[in-house]
Design a binder for this molecule. Sequence first.
Ligand SMILES: *[C@@H]1O[C@H](CO)[C@@H](O)[C@H](O)[C@H]1NC(C)=O
Ligand SMILES: *[C@@H]1O[C@H](CO)[C@@H](O)[C@H](O)[C@H]1NC(C)=O
Ligand SMILES: *[C@@H]1O[C@H](CO)[C@@H](O)[C@H](O)[C@H]1NC(C)=O
Ligand SMILES: *[C@@H]1O[C@H](CO)[C@@H](O)[C@H](O)[C@H]1NC(C)=O
Length: 352
Amino acid sequence: MMACGTSRRNKKVLLYLIFCVAYICLLYSWTGHLKTRTKNGTSACSSSNHTPATILLWHWPFGKAYPLNGNVCWNLYKIPGCKVVDQHSEFLNADIVVFHQKELALKKQKLPLNLARPLGQRWLWMSLEAPQNHGNLSQFANLFNLTMSYRRDADITLPYGELQPQDGEIEDFSMNKTNLLCWVVSNFKSRHKRSEVYRELSAFVKITVYGRWKNARLPSASLLPTISRCYFYLAFENSISKDYITEKLWRNSYLGGAIPVVLGPPVEDYKAVAPPHSFIHVDDFASVKELGTYLQELAADRERYQEFFRWRQKWKVKLNTDWRERLCKICTKYHCLPQQKVYSDLDAWNNG
Ligand SMILES: *[C@@H]1O[C@H](CO)[C@@H](O)[C@H](O)[C@H]1NC(C)=O
Ligand SMILES: *[C@@H]1O[C@H](CO)[C@@H](O)[C@H](O)[C@H]1NC(C)=O
Ligand SMILES: *[C@@H]1O[C@H](CO)[C@@H](O)[C@H](O)[C@H]1NC(C)=O
Ligand SMILES: *[C@@H]1O[C@H](CO)[C@@H](O)[C@H](O)[C@H]1NC(C)=O
C-alpha cells in the first residue's frame, strides 16, 4: 500500500516537473523570439550611414511631369538619403525603377525588357487605382520585386491621406450647417453599388447632389466650403475593394468638415486608418431606412453630433497628392524593404 502510494506521488511529481520544464522552455523561446524581432526592427530600417538610394521613375503618372531639381526629397520633405531621377540614362545606376500601371496598361509606355537589369536593381509596380481598373496583369508575372499602392499589404503603402498629431488651430466644423446630406458625384453609373444606396436613401432623407452628373459642377475652390455646410457627406467609393479609401473620405469629408457616411471596404479597413468615432459606415445598419433615421436624429442632437468632431483635438489630416512626395516615400522605407522578392503572379496579388 505504502509503496504504491509513493510511486503514484512520484509519478505526479515527475509529471509536474516535465510540465514546468516545458513551460520554461516555451517562455524562453518566446522571449528570444521577441528579442530578435525588436533587434531586426530597430537596426534594419534606420537610414543613417547608407549611401543615398537612386529611385528612377520610368514615366510620369498621367503624363504630368514635376520638376526634380536639386535634392527634391530633402528640400521639399526633409527626407534624407534619396535621389529621385527621371532620365532613362540613369537606368544602370538605379536601385529601384518605378513603373506606374496606368501608362503600361494604355501601352503609352513600355517596360525596358530589352535592357539588362543590373544585379540587385528592383522594379517597383505603382498604382493608386482599385484592382478592377488594372485589367489583366498576368503579362507582368515575374517582373516586379516591389509594389506601391494604397493597400496596407503593399511593400510601400501610399494612403490617399493620413493622420498627423494636431498642432495648429482647430476649426469648428460642427456649426453653420444648412444641408443634411450632400454628395459630389461626376461619374454616376447605375451599376455601382453606391448608386443603388443613394437612390434608396434619397427616399427617406434629402440629399443635395453636386457635380457633373447633376449639371451642378463645383469649381475646386468652392468644393470644401460647400461641403462644410452639410451635416453629412456621402463618401461613397465607386469600387469596393480592400483598403480602397480615397480622397472622398480624406479630402471631401474630413477637410470639408462634414461627417462622412462611408460605403466601401469593411468597417475594419476604415478603423485601421481613420480616427475613432469619425465616420458612419453604411454596413453598420440593417437597412438604408435605419441609416436615414439615424442621420436625422444625429443632426438634431447637437451633443451627439459634436462627438464626431472630437478626434480633431488630437489629429489633423494630411493629404498625399504630390507624386514627388510619393516617390520620396520609397526612401523612408528603403532599408526595410524585402531584399529578395519577386511577384511571380502580380495578377493574383492584385485580385487577392
Ligand atoms: C532577423 O534578421 C536576420 C538576419 O538579418 C534574419 O535571418 C532573421 O530571419 C530576422 N528575423 C526576423 C524575426 O525577422
Ligand atoms: C489574362 O491573360 C492571360 C494571358 O495573357 C490569360 O491566359 C488569362 O486567361 C487572362 N485572364 C483573364 C481573367 O482574362
Ligand atoms: C458661421 O457663419 C458665419 C456667417 O457666415 C461666420 O461669420 C462664422 O465664422 C461661421 N462660423 C463657423 C464656425 O464657421
Ligand atoms: C527582381 O525580380 C527579378 C525578375 O523576376 C529577379 O530576377 C531578381 O532576382 C529580383 N531582384 C531582387 C533584388 O529581388
